[in-house]
Each structure stands twice: as structure tokens, then as C-alpha cells.
Design a protein. Structure first.
Length: 333
């Protein structure tokens, strides 16, 4: 009987151990299940709201970017318009500076000439006036205000694009033909451009004989003659004087052009010509210099017209100093 009681006690203890372990396992499972459920709920709800908020911020930024881009384009257009206005103002300033430079260059010379005239008036005595009244007026050997008493003539022609590519070139051919007709016969002719380049290299440094055939050849060649030019007559005039002047020859130089660029100095050109075409004991220059101006650039923009006035100013002073006449054409008829 005692042996059976011990067996029953051991069986009861084993059952209790098993039950306790099973109950503990169930509690652990319930704890794990509850904790995992909370994590799943938070993970599924939070990212969706964040995405919606980020999308709203993105749309707002895109709207602001569009507005800023539109304003930036408007600023660029304003800057471009301001740059164009500044460029126009700079061109106007350059034109005004050119006018001022031209006026200032000639102001001293005009003042000097006025002083000379005043002195001449003061020294003119009554006896001089009586002699002038009794004297016989000399024969006026001039046509259209241009003296035609020369035996040799030289044409110095502006061959720049403004002359060659415009109606001035055809008018220039007419002027040269008319000038040649004014001189029925001369002892020699020469043609060069304002750079001093000869039309006929075979007559370089020599006079072209005056014959009807040579005159026709000059006019024919001029129609397509287009060497480089810097629109300044100083090179051609100085070469003509240095090469062809002779004390026993009466020479006239005809300068034909339409402009004198703002970069050139009127005073320096006049001084250069004065040094070469010096006066003799009677106050006469070595050669006569005449000028003819063409109104080419008056048909173009106003900012280019300043060079026309500069050419007219230069040639008026040059011809007056060198015994010649300047004629400015007002149209191409």
C-alpha cells in the first residue's frame, strides 16, 4: 500500500509541471501577439499622410517656380531694352563729340583768319582804294566758280563702298566726263584713288596723254574700278603733289568723295597738305586743289551723316587754302 501512494504522488507532480508550462507559454504568445499588432497599425497609417503632405509642398514649390521664372523673363526683356537704349545713347554721344571736335579744330583757324581780315581792313588806305577803283578787272577764267586755267589735271577719287555701291558712282562718272569736257585739251591726265593707287599701272608716275581714246578708256575703266579706300583723301593728294609737281606746269587736283570718317583729324590733314603744297613768293600754292562732294549718306541713317559734314568742312578749308573751289552736290540729278 505504501508503494502505490508514492506512485500517485509522482504522477500528480508531473501533471502540475506540464500545466504550468503550458499556461506560461499561452501568456507569452498573447503578449507577443498584442505587441506586434500595435506596430502594424502605426506602420500602415503614418507614411500615407506624410506622402500627401510632401505632394502638397511639391505643388506649392512648382507654383512658386513658375511665378519666379515669369518674373525673371520679364527682367531679361527689360535688361535687353535698356542695353539697346544705352547703345543708341552712345551713338548719339559719339555724333555730338564728332561735331564738337570738328568745331573745335576749326575755331582757332577761323579766329586767325578773322584777325588777318581785320588787319587788312585797317591797313587799306584811301590811296589803295583809289588804285583799286581805277584798275581794270582781270579776266575771270572760271566755269561754275572753278578755275580752268590748268594744263594738267589729276583726279583723286574716293573708291570706298559708300561711293561705289550707291548712285554716287554713276554721278561721279558724269562729273568726270563734264570736267574733261571743260578742258578741251590738256597736256596730261592722271587718275588715282584716295589711297594714291593708280588706275593704270602702266602710267605709274607718268602723265596719261590726252587723246579722245584715252578719255574714253578712263571713263570705261572707272565703271568697274574698285580698289581699297579708307575714305581719307590725304594719301592720294600728297602722292599726286610729290610725284607730279613741277615748277613749269600748271596742275589742278580734283578730289571726289562723299565722307570723312570721325576717326580722322581734319586739322592734321590740313597741316599735312600745307607742308607739301607750300606757297611761293607770290603766295600761290604749287598746285590747285578742287573738291566735289556727293550726298550719298544723306539717304542713310542720321548717325552716318556726320561724316558727310566732316568731309564738306575738310574740303572747304583745303580748297580755300590751295587756290581751289569746293562744290557740294545736293542730289544725283
Amino acid at each position: 500500500m505504501k508503494r502505490n501512494k508514492r506512485q500517485m504522488d509522482s504522477s500528480s507532480v508531473s501533471f502540475l509541471d506540464v500545466a504550468a508550462c503550458g499556461f506560461g507559454a499561452m501568456i507569452i504568445l498573447l503578449m507577443i501577439t498584442k505587441s506586434g499588432g500595435q506596430i502594424d497599425i502605426e506602420f500602415t497609417t503614418t507614411p500615407e499622410s506624410a506622402i500627401i503632405e510632401l505632394q502638397e509642398q511639391l505643388f506649392a514649390i512648382r507654383g512658386e517656380t513658375t511665378i519666379v521664372t515669369r518674373e525673371l523673363n520679364a527682367k531679361h526683356e527689360q535688361i535687353s531694352a535698356l542695353k539697346d537704349r544705352v547703345a543708341r545713347l552712345l551713338r548719339d554721344r559719339d555724333n555730338l563729340q564728332g561735331q564738337f571736335q570738328t568745331s573745335s579744330e576749326l575755331s582757332d583757324e577761323v579766329t586767325e583768319e578773322i584777325g588777318k581780315l581785320s588787319i587788312a581792313q585797317q591797313v587799306l588806305t584811301a590811296e589803295m582804294q583809289r588804285l583799286l577803283a581805277d584798275s581794270t578787272a582781270p579776266v575771270n577764267n572760271a566755269i561754275g566758280g572753278i578755275p580752268v586755267d590748268s594744263e594738267y589735271i589729276i583726279f583723286v577719287i574716293d573708291t570706298s563702298g559708300s561711293m561705289y555701291d550707291n548712285p554716287s558712282w554713276n554721278k561721279m562718272l558724269t562729273v568726270i566726263n563734264d570736267t574733261l569736257n571743260v578742258y578741251p585739251e590738256v597736256k596730261g591726265i592722271q587718275v588715282m584713288n584716295d589711297m594714291g593707287d593708280y588706275m593704270f599701272n602702266s602710267y605709274r608716275g607718268r602723265w596719261i596723254p590726252d587723246t579722245p581714246a584715252r578719255r574714253s578708256q578712263i571713263l570705261s575703266t572707272l565703271r568697274t574700278w574698285h580698289p581699297y579706300s579708307n575714305s581719307s583723301p590725304v594719301e592720294g593728294v600728297t602722292r599726286a603733289i610729290n610725284t607730279f609737281y613741277s615748277a613749269d606746269k600748271k596742275i589742278s587736283i580734283y578730289v571726289l568723295g562723299d565722307d570723312f570718317l570721325p576717326g580722322g583729324s581734319i586739322r592734321e590733314v590740313l597741316r599735312t597738305i600745307d607742308r607739301i603744297n607750300v606757297e611761293d613768293a607770290d603766295g600761290n600754292r604749287l598746285v590747285r586743289i578742287h573738291g566735289i562732294g556727293f550726298p550719298t549718306l544723306f539717304n542713310g541713317p542720321q548717325r552716318f551723316q556726320q561724316s558727310v559734314y566732316r568731309y564738306a568742312t575738310l574740303m572747304r578749308e583745303m580748297t580755300q587754302r590751295n587756290g581751289g573751289t569746293f562744290v557740294g552736290l545736293n542730289d544725283f540729278q
